[in-house]
Design a protein around this ligand. Structure first.
Ligand code: ADP
Length: 260
């Protein structure tokens, strides 16, 4: 009798604990979902006032030119901060959407080479201000099955970082190649590099190495977490090899699949 009642008791306890934990999960999931929706909505709503602020500051800057040194400087600072915030809000929106399952991402087969050339061209002027050489090493064409917008964003994040964390008069190369059914994208710089203790964290949201020293470079620690999400949705992997003072190489591997 003791054995049977112990078995019944533990069976009932097990059943109850399963039911209770399922019940507890529902409000947690709902709260998480609500939080995602809130971040996405808030980010979306913030974009309009920010763009109004930026265009008003542009007008102020034009009208104020050469009239008052202090206000010209303040308008310049405000513009930088508004641009920084616009970038942050855009990144938050991307990540909030990446967390929700209902986001549709369309895939198509396209040539990665012209997309990469265009990304290099877009950064040419920025690189020029630091006298940095940008080069693309690739075959004439590489077909990939992916989302053009997101893969372009991935190239922009990696190139932007490479320039941001490079010394003046250095060089950066974007290389593309294919081995059997794997497509490789590598972005190599000879910049400040990343310490071994930080390597494990740089893909975490809001993680920045030495925040105080790099604040003036802009950025808010979301770029690489977005890059990782983009690689993930393409079924690929992203790795980094780096040594302090020598530079970093980010390597992306994406499998070529006829249908994703
Ligand atoms: P951020 O907006 O700060 O650049 P990211 O998520 O893109 O954010 O990168 C996270 C951190 O990783 C950066 O703050 C920087 O410390 C480091 N990092 C990223 N790319 C490089 C690079 N090419 N060279 C050196 N450090 C880098």
């Amino acid at each position: 009798i003791l054995l049977i009642s112990t078995l019944i008791f533990s069976g009932v306890a097990f059943y109850l604990s399963r039911v209770m934990s399922k019940r507890a999960m529902i409000p947690i999931e709902q709260a998480f979902k609500r939080q995602q929706v809130f971040v996405a909505d808030a980010s979306h709503e913030l974009r309009t006032p920010l763009s109004v602020m930026l265009s008003s500051l542009d007008i102020l800057e034009m009208e104020d030119q050469h009239q008052n040194e202090v206000s010209t400087k303040m308008v310049g600072n405000l513009k930088e901060e508004v641009k920084r915030m616009t970038g942050l809000v855009g990144d938050l929106l991307t990540l909030a959407r990446s967390d929700s399952d209902d986001q549709k991402i369309s895939f198509e087969v396209f040539d990665l080479v012209p997309i990469s050339q265009r990304a290099i061209d877009s950064f040419e002027a920025h690189a020029h201000t630091k006298n940095i050489q940008l080069e693309l090493k690739s075959p004439a064409s590489i077909q990939i099955n992916g989302n053009i917008e997101r893969l372009t964003q991935l190239l922009y994040i990696l190139l932007d970082n490479a320039i941001k964390y490079s010394h003046d008069s250095s060089s950066i190369s974007l290389s593309l190649w294919k081995e059997s059914n794997l497509i490789f994208i590598s972005v190599k710089d000879t910049g400040i590099g990343i310490a071994a203790k930080d390597l494990a964290h740089i893909f975490d949201r809001f993680y920045r190495v030495d925040k105080a020293r790099t604040r003036h470079l802009g950025g808010h620690g979301l770029g690489l977490s977005i890059a990782k999400w983009i690689v993930d949705i393409h079924g690929g992997r992203i790795n980094v090899e780096s040594s302090v003072g020598e530079g970093s190489t980010f390597l992306v591997k994406i499998p070529y699949k006829d249908s994703l």
